[in-house]
Design a protein around this ligand. Sequence first.
Ligand SMILES: Nc1nc2c(ncn2[C@@H]2O[C@H](COP(=O)(O)OP(=O)(O)O)[C@@H](O)[C@H]2O)c(=O)[nH]1
Ligand SMILES: [Mg+2]
Length: 420
Amino acid sequence: MILPWERPQGIPDGRGAARAAEARLAEAVGLAASIGVAVVHTAIHPLRTRRPSTLMGEGQVEAARAAMAEHGVQVAVVDAALTPVQQRNLERAWGCKVIDRTGLILEIFGERARTREGSLQVELAHLSYQRTRLVRSWTHLERQRGGFGFLGGPGESQIEIDRRLIDERIVKLKKELEQVRRTRGLHRKARSKVPYPVVALVGYTNAGKSTLFNALTGAGVYAQDQLFATLDPTMRAIRLPSGRTVILSDTVGFISELPTQLVEAFRATLEEVAAADIILHVRDVAHPDSAAQRADVLGVLAEMAEGPDAALDEGWEQRVVEVLNKTDLLEAPPPATPGTIPVSALNGEGLDALRQLLDERLAAGLVTETFILSLEDGAALAWLYEHGEVLERADTEQAIRLAVRLSSADLARFAQRGAA
Ligand SMILES: Nc1nc2c(ncn2[C@@H]2O[C@H](COP(=O)(O)OP(=O)(O)O)[C@@H](O)[C@H]2O)c(=O)[nH]1
Ligand SMILES: [Mg+2]
């Protein structure tokens, strides 16, 4: 993992700049780790000029080569935008595959896209990227044929993909995307059939989403997980202090300076947040850009709530709980403000309070509703007993009348149930 580093304008050289570079490198390592790549070597290469042939200086290329040879590196990630020529030259110099920042992020999105729209957007971004570098030695198409992304697969000669074929595919994808967008509302309804409230974790890469996810779910497999095990390893059921079951869902992280051609794909992978009852915004409060990251996350969510075919419903702000993570790294605790909760996902501090808060938030959205069920509808009866609190019940010879307290999300799920 090589970070060619240009000091951003506005940050004077010195400790602040070094810290910013370290944070950027940590993010890139986190990104690679999220698709199961074991990072064995990292280096920050300060750039004096951008060399067209290899981006970095000769000495830096050589130093990296030596380190990679020592570690038997198979893939080098250069955390920058490389031209196809730079990429090819570095591959020759280092004797291994080289991917750049865009390539790495595309791999992650490809692995994590959950919705049809997400997959289509990612494939579209991948093809557009690839179109400019047909000399590449790994491709998305190659993976679809059974290869394993940049980590292996058929050799270069087999993947001479004609630019015309890519263009045709792009046209087809765009049409399909339009179709998917038109039916977006329907899909969202289908997703709300998940039988429990959903708590979605959003936030920057390295904020600690996965650590929090693991801390909250624990090592034990909860019976309800069988519902999801086959679907997705990033969704798990947990029980809150009240006994309420909720589904915790980890999402693709926000990424600093996301390459513009990936913005659409990223947003599409975020769509699942739309169906969440609670949006858990996980923040790294010890990060140098913590405040800017917060504004960025809220800004993207706000944009998702705009327009006639908005992915996010109005009132989403009320569904956000802000988790101030990594408080163990702070000298003083962060100020307490409503809607935020300080925790350390690493040492477990604050997690009980967080579970409590989730319970309270979900309870606050409860409504009381009367249902008239036919005597044969045992399934509906059981569902209401499981998901709500039955306040009153009157049985007659024709029907059962129930007054039930339940969340408005569950009320919608119940209405949806019959329509399945
Ligand atoms: N000190 C500290 N480190 C944490 C905490 N939570 C997560 N981390 C570390 O931050 C890094 C990124 O965490 P991860 O859960 O993978 O972040 P994600 O990208 O948001 O899923 C890992 O090295 C974690 O060990 C925390 O509360 N305190
Ligand atoms: Mg993660």
